[in-house]
Design a protein around this ligand. Sequence first.
Ligand code: 5FA
Length: 147
Amino acid sequence: MAPPRTRALLLLLLLTLLGLGLVQPADGQDRMYQRFLRQHVDPEGKGGNDTYCNVMMQRRKMTTRQCKRFNTFVHEDIWNIRSICSTTNIQCKNGKMNCHEGVVKVTDCRETGSSRAPNCRYRASASTRHVVIACEGDPELPVHFDR
Ligand code: 5FA
């Protein structure tokens, strides 16, 4: 067993790394997965029009402090989305290699110029397109919508 001073220093180091976000507790990945589901997954929704974006961006809590500028909702079963995590790794925008590409049905919501929180206003664009998501963990789960 390490002496008390060493243990205190190790604890301090761990807390510093946690604070800097350089290490994540085990449930960090689950939190990111839940955040991904809230922000990007709507299997039942047909989407496609401005009203859908205006309502969903508010309902999914992306308009509280400020209007999120751009957000994509994916209209696919969560298992289809999760299966993208098992395709070939590609590079994410941040340079990491934990991204994966798939083709899915989406509604892209882009904030209009005249929008002010909490009354955020969006233009919708519906398509079936290539998307790139980042996955983490074992089993790998989607944690970030890259592009
Ligand atoms: N993040 C970024 N790249 C990641 C990667 N390769 N693997 C795991 N996590 C990754 O970052 C948004 C969040 O995604 C951060 O918590 C980052 O650590 C993580 P961003 O894309 O750099 O910022 P942004 O302002 O473009 O993203 P947001 O608008 O918040 O949301 P997005 O819809 O773009 O992404 P989201 O699905 O992560 O919310």
